[in-house]
Design a protein around this ligand. Sequence first.
Ligand SMILES: [Zn+2]
Length: 284
Amino acid sequence: MNASPRAIHHLNCGTMCPHGARLLTGEGGLLASAKLVCHCLLIEGAEGLVLIDTGFGLDDVRRGRQLGVVFNALTRPQLLSDETAIVQLRALGFEPADVRHIVTTHLDLDHAGGLPDFPQAEVHLLGPELAAALHPSLRERMRYVAAHWAHGPRWVQHAPEGETWMGFESVRALPDSDDEILLVPLPGHTRGHTGVAIRQGDSWLLHCGDAYFHRGEVQTPAYCPPGVSVFGTLDQVDGAARRENRERLRELAERHGDQVELICSHDAHTLERYSERAAPTPLS
Ligand SMILES: [Zn+2]
C-alpha cells in the first residue's frame, strides 16, 4: 500500500445523546442531553482511502437493537444513515471500494459498526484487540458486537512492539505507508487499544480513540467532568495503564503541542473545530 496522506477529512460517524450534559461535558443542564460524536478520519492516500475508525454502520442503523439494550439506554445513539462513513464518503465523491485500509483504535461497538460496509478493506489493529473481540471475557462481552465482523474482515494484526516515537514505545508504521501512519499503543480502555498518528506536513495528528473522552483530560491543568471520570473507570479493562497513558498524552500535549495535535473519539467540541474549517486539512 502507498497511503501517503494528501488530505484528512474529519467525520462524525455517530451521534450519542446520553442524559446528563453537565456531568459528561462540563456544560449545559444536569438533566439535559449531552452530544457525543464518533470522530473518524478519512485519509486520502496516493493509492486509495484509509479510514481511521468507522463509528456506526448501515446495519446498526437498520438494526439498532444489535447494539444492546444497555448501550442504547445509556448512550441514546441517534443512528442516522447520513452519519455513516459509507454515506459520507459517497457524498464526497468516493466509492466504498476506494477504502483500501481501515485502522481501528479498538473494536468497541461504537468504533467498529462500519466494518461491514467496507468488506474489501484490510482492517489493521493490534493483535490483543482482535483476541479480546473474538474471545471476550464475561466483562468484555457487552462492548463487542460479533455482527460487526460476521462478514469475515480481512484482519491485519500488528504486534504491540516497535520503535519509540515522541516518548511512546512499541510504535510501528502501517506497512508501505512511508512512515506516515503509525500505530501508537495506548492500552487500558481495552486490551489492544491503540492511538493512530498521521503525519501532516511537519507535524502530526494523533487520534487517541478512547484513551481519553473529554479534551480537558489532556489539558494542563487537567480537567475531567465527573460523569466522564465515572464512565471511564467503569469501562476500562486496565485502570493503571489507562491513567498512565492519559497522563503521557497530557504531557505530550504540554511539551510538544506545536508538533502533535491530539484528538479523541467522542468530544463534540474538538470535532467542531475541524468542521468549521470547511475544507479538508491539506497535508503538503
Ligand atoms: Zn468509544
